[in-house]
Design a protein around this ligand. Structure first.
Ligand code: SF4
Length: 468
């Protein structure tokens, strides 16, 4: 329905290239060798930059076909805006047919997470989302999805990919599945499957299908409400898939996955809509006994959705307290700045659809928040474990910048490396606080620095904080 005709086609349209090679009698191995080379050389933007002499045995007719019908890039980076603190870079990518999409690089502790788009606009119409007000303008080809990754890799190595940009990924299922498989292919982009996350608003049949097709990668569910009535009021798509069916799909997906895997539950905190303590209990009831990680996302008001406001910190903390402390659910509060760029589903403003418009793209925070940050503020895609987040306000200033992040990193590292043991964030926080305190005392004088320098000196022996 939304298939877009491109000419030339992206060379990363894997199925297309393989089909074309078959038609002219060229073995698939030659195509795979080329993709391997391209993955290692993302800065090669044109065919004349390809080292053809390294593709021994590639028939001339295959090369002629590639040059005539396919392009290394069908899109281009129109702008790249980096946040004042350098933590995020937003790439506005102009597609061959004039549409614009967005990918966001999130830098954290020397590693990079890329948030990418799967569609142009979105048909889901979530009432709190600026992208949802655009409607759907088209599906991306698998090659266009992968070009976002290539554009980012041409700038810096990418460690994690999250499908949380524009669009509902499972509504462009074939292209998303194809692109995910290329990302985790050991002969191509070589990303770890555990570092690729597909986020969905909850397309039930495709969630189940996704578990069957690609159980290695992560699935995130944008739940956003604990009851069917509230969910329908903010997410029209919820009418098609009631909560029991949605949770059934979560269970079916998990049944396909390895033991110990969890589904990320995304929950945007909307003031007086879904952020009451009763909502937290309802959410806990809904998710009880399921392997989930709940991600509470502070909302940024937007010009496109002025009826919503961000929950107060007090309400967010009360919500968190119920989920984590009272109900024992693994829960995070996403940081409010850079994390907003990467966390929500794509919120590219409509202006970006106009080629050549000066400063056509506002930040995702602008789309979601209606304004750019007025001063440098802390940004990042990282999340805080519940205990750490709850403790943030009460911590000593000299420890505030170190302990909770180390605790988060330690907890997540232990959880991923030793999944059979359930480590509690609060224990990691205690260890991190103790070691950070020792670090401030032991290392700072020797380094001639303040406590922060002491903490920095410990960085080399602590696990880094995951950026997704
Ligand atoms: S939140 Fe995600 S699914 Fe909902 S309208 Fe926005 S982009 Fe689409």
């Amino acid at each position: 329905m939304r298939k877009r005709a491109l000419r030339p086609l992206p060379v990363w349209n894997i199925e297309s290239v393989l089909g074309a090679f078959t038609q002219i009698g060229v073995k698939a191995v030659h195509a795979h060798a080329l993709w391997n080379w391209l993955a290692r050389n993302p800065r090669a933007a044109r065919w004349d930059q390809v080292r053809w002499d390294e593709h021994v045995g590639l028939p001339a007719r295959a090369r002629e076909l590639l040059v005539a019908e396919y392009a290394l890039y069908t899109s281009s980076v129109e702008s790249a805006e980096t946040a004042s603190d350098g933590s995020t870079t937003k790439l506005v990518i102009r597609l061959q047919d004039g549409h614009a999409i967005e990918a966001v690089q999130i830098h954290h502790a020397g590693r990079l997470t890329l948030c990418i788009s799967s569609q142009i606009g979105c048909a889901m119409g979530c009432s709190f989302c600026a992208t949802g007000t655009m409607g759907i303008l088209g599906d991306l080809h698998a090659g266009e999805i992968l070009e976002q990754l290539q554009h980012a890799r041409a700038r810096a190595p990418v460690r994690n990919v999250v499908f949380m940009g524009m669009g509902e990924p499972l509504n462009n299922y074939a292209a998303v599945l194809e692109s995910v498989r290329v990302m985790v292919d050991n002969t191509k982009f070589q990303l770890s499957p555990t570092r690729v996350t597909v986020s969905t608003v909850g397309i039930v049949p495709r969630m189940v299908q996704f578990g069957a097709d690609e159980p290695r990668v992560n699935l995130a569910l944008s739940l956003h409400a604990p009851t069917q009535a509230t969910r329908e009021s903010i997410m029209p798509a919820a009418r098609a898939y009631p909560l029991p069916a949605l949770l059934g799909a979560v269970d079916a997906y998990l049944a396909r996955c390895r033991a110990g895997k969890a589904v990320m539950i995304e929950y945007i905190m909307l003031r007086d809509v879904n952020d009451a303590v009763a909502d937290a209990h309802a959410l806990a009831d809904l998710l009880a006994r399921r392997p989930v990680v709940i991600n509470l996302i502070p909302y940024n008001p937007t010009d496109a959705t002025p009826e919503y406001a961000r929950s107060t910190e007090e309400r967010t903390m009360a919500f968190l307290k119920v989920l984590y402390e009272e109900r024992g659910l693994r829960t995070f509060v996403r940081r409010t700045m850079g994390s907003e760029v990467a966390s929500a589903c794509g919120q590219l403003v409509k202006d970006t659809q106009r080629p050549g418009r000066e400063r056509a793209v506002r930040d995702i925070e602008d789309a979601a928040g209606g304004r750019a940050p007025r001063k440098p503020r802390r940004r990042g895609g990282a999340e805080q474990p519940a205990a750490a987040a709850a403790a943030t306000a009460a911590r000593e200033p000299t420890l505030a910048s170190g302990a909770h992040e180390r605790a988060a990193a330690l907890w997540l590292a232990l959880r991923s490396r030793i999944p059979a043991v359930r480590f509690e964030p609060v224990h990691c926080l205690a260890v991190a606080t103790l070691v950070c305190a020792l670090g401030a005392r032991v290392f700072a004088p020797r380094a001639g620095m303040s406590g922060g320098g002491g903490l920095a000196g410990l960085a080399s022996v602590w696990p880094r904080h995951p950026s997704a």
